[in-house]
Design a binder for this molecule. Structure first.
Ligand SMILES: Nc1ncnc2c1ncn2[C@@H]1O[C@H](COP(=O)(O)OP(=O)(O)OP(=O)(O)O)[C@@H](O)[C@H]1O
Ligand SMILES: [Mg+2]
Length: 372
């Protein structure tokens, strides 16, 4: 039996749990031409949610173009992916014309290089394409989508949008102006580096401020996640009791990726029934696999950072700037704690959950506890 759990890359189908409310809210906005900024810390499930919503919209007949910005090495590549995605939109009017390809290309003011992948055309631009020409391509794609929006929902999904700045400093402003010009297209941008997304879309001075509704994706609730774990075990031909599922969540939760990763390991360890002992053994072996990487990570930290993260690993901390915390970790002042903590937060080793500071990666946390 293949392992019924999956982690590391987006999930779909049976491996996609819950999210009913988030999906309904996102899809409604996509249908209505509302712009959305979807953000969360890493590995909460943004890409999976976008893929599911996009697939649902396409099944309803919507025109959806999706590009992962981070996967585009430069601006011409980004422009090429936008064009390829737009051509592939099922039911685009250009497909119904006899000379579909040339009719489509004639809509672009900058001619792409066309190659064939089987009988699917793929569009690209020279790496030397000038930024102004790339902007023209982006405008043309947006206009094509807007034309579709007259008849059916039209959506442009840009995942890892925080990377847009690396492709060109003027791109946020360009998308702002296109979104204003073509309000019927739903522009959905998603990203994980929260401070960057904030800088692009949230702050009053940000280029996309006020352009879009902001969605902060949370983790899946514990009861949904544990019910999912047990259901997946069953689908894979094993049993996972409520206690074992709760143990997975307690050790690896709440980030869905980490929960699935521990469940994956526990499944490997277990016989026909996944027990609490299997979960504990799986945790130990997952930590052992990564031990050398964790040791290296720890070695890069300053002495102050090490003290602070070790204390947070031992128990979540809610008052890091209290004199008592500085004393506990052996730092002289709250200012030294603040410095260490800011570095740990920026490196995404520590995160704030509700009122508490916690070590972000539960496997690293377990390593810290067992090593120090
Ligand atoms: N709805 C879900 N049901 C079950 N597992 C999920 C769900 N969403 C995410 N996961 C888990 O999280 C992992 C990462 O999902 P995904 O790649 O969609 O997250 P992301 O937020 O886009 O991550 P990144 O920040 O790295 O881009 C998946 O491999 C899966 O283990
Ligand atoms: Mg993602």
């Amino acid at each position: 039996m293949p392992n019924p759990y999956h982690y590391g890359t987006p999930v779909s189908g049976e491996q996609f749990a819950g999210r009913a409310d988030e999906l309904a809210a996102l899809e409604r906005r996509m249908r209505d031409g509302i712009n959305v900024v979807l953000s969360s810390p890493r590995r909460y499930g943004k890409t999976s949610l976008l893929a599911r919503a996009s697939a649902d919209l396409v099944a309803e007949g919507a025109a959806v173009v999706s590009v992962n910005v981070l996967a585009c090495r430069d601006l011409p590549t980004f422009a090429g992916r936008l064009v390829s995605g737009t051509y592939r939109v099922p039911g685009g009017r250009w497909h119904r014309l006899k000379e579909a390809l040339s009719a489509f290309v004639s809509r672009l003011r900058v001619s792409p290089v066309v190659t064939f992948d089987g009988d699917q055309p793929r569009f690209a631009f020279s790496a030397a394409l000038a930024p102004a020409d790339a902007h023209t391509v982006i405008e043309d794609v947006y206009a094509l989508l807007a034309e579709q929006a007259a008849k059916r929902p039209a959506v442009l999904v840009l995942d890892e949008f925080q990377a847009i700045i690396d492709l060109g400093p003027d791109l946020p402003a360009l998308f702002k102006s296109l979104a204003d010009t073509y309000p019927a297209v739903s522009l959905v941008v998603a990203g994980s580096r929260q401070h960057l997304m904030e800088a692009l879309t949230g702050a009053r001075s940000a280029p996309l401020y006020g352009l879009a509704e902001r969605f902060a994706l949370d983790v899946l609730p514990e009861d949904e996640m544990t019910a999912f774990l047990r259901e997946r075990a069953r689908a894979g031909g094993k049993t996972m009791g409520a206690e074992a599922a709760a143990r997975v969540y307690a050790l690896a939760g709440p980030v869905p990726n980490d929960v699935q990763r521990l469940a994956y390991e526990a499944w490997v360890h277990a016989g026909r029934t996944v027990t609490v002992a299997d979960v504990d053994a799986a945790m130990a072996s997952a930590v052992a696999h990564e031990a050398s990487q964790y040791a290296e990570r720890y070695a890069t930290l300053s002495p102050g950072q090490r003290r602070v993260i070790s204390a947070i690993a031992a128990a979540p901390v809610s008052e890091p700037y209290a004199a008592s915390f500085a004393a506990t970790v052996g730092l002289a002042t709250a200012a030294s704690v603040r410095r260490a903590l800011q570095a740990l937060l920026a490196a995404e080793l520590v995160t704030r959950r509700g009122a508490d500071l916690q070590v972000l990666d539960p496997f690293f946390r377990a390593w810290l506890l067992q090593t120090l």
